[in-house]
Design a protein around this ligand. Structure first.
Ligand SMILES: Nc1nc2c(ncn2[C@@H]2O[C@H](COP(=O)(O)OP(=O)(O)OP(=O)(O)O)[C@@H](O)[C@H]2O)c(=O)[nH]1
Ligand SMILES: [Mg+2]
Length: 348
């Protein structure tokens, strides 16, 4: 799962990237090469911590997400632009976007209009792409009528300035557009990058309305403050957090919010060697879970032994889970649920 950080020049994108990953941003490259810097973030997960303890696992492997920061391109981004449009080809194959809205220092951009401006850039890029595809298939006699009709619908929707996130598309239409990488359909989270003092304050209802009506979520993050935490050891971090009146860094909550917004669920494999968290999209099956672990396990899938996290947490051991009749045998088509602990029997 890859999430790109986008927004205006100097909005604090690299600071958000550092706050989330602990990694420094890449220096600017004007030539467009090597503009993306990926960083891994571990998703904090109290359930995995519990499994690690219950199984006495030697190792803990949490779910990871990838976020990308992009070096600015001074040649292409106009002063005051909502978004660096030269980035568009680089964000098409990502799974989600974090839109950074600056509200620190003198940069107090208003949330709703800033998000709307960025959204309209995304909508415009999609419109442009759909139109170009339409031009091409008009000349191509082998193109399907289905694609043409679907494109017409999409173009009309985008002409009204609405993001594709809000449009209902059939499974077949989604299939048709699967290689398009429509930007305005990507799940997106607006990150209001503010000063520490403002981080806990609530957003207004009017702001939330705009955000939610676009199918987005919003989060406040004091990115510079969170970023400084990485410079300290554990004791220093706790002290800095305590002085700020916080229990934990907000980055964990942001990562969880992003995770949920992406429609991801977590399942686990656990034992003495390791307690391992894995992610799946909601609705995926036991076979897809097996493939996530290893292609051999999917190929040789026989059946899955599944216990829900709640049942395991109450009973605390495999033996008691079995005794209580809480261990289920499921086949390939079983739809995985968030928190399932799974053991797959397979033969290769
Ligand atoms: N006080 C304060 N300063 C911030 C905050 N976030 C970013 N800054 C400062 O704002 C400036 C720009 O931040 P960056 O994170 O580099 O912004 P960016 O969006 O990556 O900028 P470009 O990549 O050049 O478009 C830096 O000097 C940061 O230190 C914040 O939350 N509070
Ligand atoms: Mg930057």
């Amino acid at each position: 799962m890859k999430t790109g950080i986008i927004g205006a020049r100097g909005a604090g994108k690299s600071t958000v990237f550092h706050a989330l990953t602990g990694l420094a941003p890449i220096p600017g490259t004007a030539d467009g090469k090597a503009r993306a810097r990926p960083g891994q973030i571990k998703v904090a997960d109290p359930r995995l911590d519990f499994l690690e303890t219950a199984y006495g696992s030697k190792k803990k492997v949490p779910v990871e997400l990838t976020v990308l920061d992009f070096a600015p391109n001074p040649k292409e981004q106009k002063e005051g632009a909502a978004l660096d449009v030269s980035l568009i080809p680089l964000i098409r194959d990502l799974d989600a976007l974090l839109i950074v809205i600056p509200q620190f220092g003198g940069l107090s951009r208003e949330l709703a209009p800033t998000v709307e401006r960025i959204e309209s850039e995304l909508v415009f890029a999609d419109f442009d792409q759909a139109e170009r595809r339409m031009e091409r298939i008009k000349k191509d006699r082998s193109a399907s009528d289905f694609e043409k009709a679907a494109l017409e619908k999409v173009i009309k929707w985008l002409e009204d300035g609405k993001p594709l996130r809000l449009m209902e598309l059939s499974a077949q239409e989604l299939q048709t557009f699967s290689s398009f990488g429509f930007l305005s359909r990507k799940p997106a989270l607006a990150v209001v990058n503010c000063e520490m003092e403002a981080a806990a304050s609530a957003l207004t209802n009017a702001e939330l309305d705009v955000i939610h009506s676009g199918g987005l979520e919003v989060f406040r993050l004091a990115a510079a403050f969170e970023s400084e935490l990485w410079e300290l050891d554990a004791a220093g971090q706790s002290e800095m957090l305590r002085e700020a009146g916080l229990e934990a860094p907000a980055r964990d909550r942001l990562i969880t919010a992003l995770y949920e917004h992406l429609g991801l669920i977590t399942f686990y494999t656990a034992g003495e060697p390791e307690a391992h968290g894995w992610s799946l999209r909601r609705g995926e099956t036991a076979l897809e879970a097996a493939a996530e672990i290893h292609s051999d396990i999917a190929r040789g899938f026989i059946r899955a032994e599944v216990v829900s996290y709640e049942d395991f947490a109450a009973l605390k051991s495999d033996a008691r889970v079995k005794e209580a009749g809480k261990l289920r045998l499921e086949g390939k088509d079983y739809v995985m649920r968030d928190g399932d602990i799974i053991h797959i029997r397979f033969k290769v």
